[in-house]
Design a protein around this ligand. Structure first.
Ligand code: ZN
Length: 221
């Protein structure tokens, strides 16, 4: 079961110190078809990322320790500080993930990392029943996952297979059926390329791709 603990964060941009609830421990059982874990007990997803309400800086605990460059600080001040009211809306914790994704982009991080942040933003939007934001973040995520595959960011065959599947499932969720099928077939090819010496490797993925092609579901068994 997920447990939270009270702690503090110090903003690397404006040096404000503030109290947060952070995830102490958590476990999960199964997931949605886009790999969103089902956690035991209260959902901790909203408590992994925190935001400074003064300037808008957002990130995981490590991001607060790592700080930010002058160039990124200028962009935070220009684009996020005017939007800090979004962060105070109790029903909209997904903005924290959105702000983090934007900061990652300004930091020139890998497309995979930016994509992952938008994907998580879409998970939070879904749990808050905000379909419009969920779709917006899914579009942002899928574009960057495709880019990551195109420019060779996924060096492991296993990762290429999983990311290709995820691209397929995000297109499916966005009602882009043709593109979803194309990507599911690509994911299957990537999975099959894992080699006959490891037939069990990612067999769950093969099963999942087949299911999404034949009788799609938003849940993964
Ligand atoms: Zn700040």
């Amino acid at each position: 079961m997920a447990t939270l603990q009270k702690t503090t964060r110090k903003c690397p941009v404006c040096e404000t110190v503030f109290a947060v609830q952070a995830v102490d421990s958590c476990g999960s059982h199964g997931c949605d078809s886009d790999l969103r874990p089902h956690y035991w007990g209260p959902d901790p997803l909203e408590y992994f990322v925190h935001s400074c309400l003064e300037c808008g800086f957002s990130g995981y605990a490590d991001n607060f320790n790592d700080g930010a460059s002058e160039v990124v600080i200028r962009k935070i001040r220009k684009f996020l500080t005017p939007r800090t009211r979004d962060l105070t809306r109790a029903q909209a914790p997904f903005f924290r993930y959105e702000f983090m994704a934007l900061i990652y982009e300004w930091e020139d991080r890998d497309s995979l990392e930016v994509a992952d942040s938008f994907l998580r933003a879409s998970w939070v939007a879904r749990s808050r029943n905000n379909r419009e934001k969920e779709r917006l973040y899914q579009r942002e995520a899928v574009r960057r996952f495709e880019e990551a595959l195109e420019i060779g960011e996924c060096s492991e065959q296993e990762q290429r297979a999983v990311v290709s599947y995820l691209v397929g499932d995000l297109h499916r969720r966005l009602n882009r059926r043709r593109r979803a099928e194309t990507w599911f077939h690509r994911a299957r090819e990537e999975q099959e390329m894992l080699g006959s010496d490891r037939p069990d490797r990612l067999s769950w993925l093969g099963d999942q791709i087949r299911r999404q092609l034949e009788a799609p579901s938003d849940l993964m068994d």
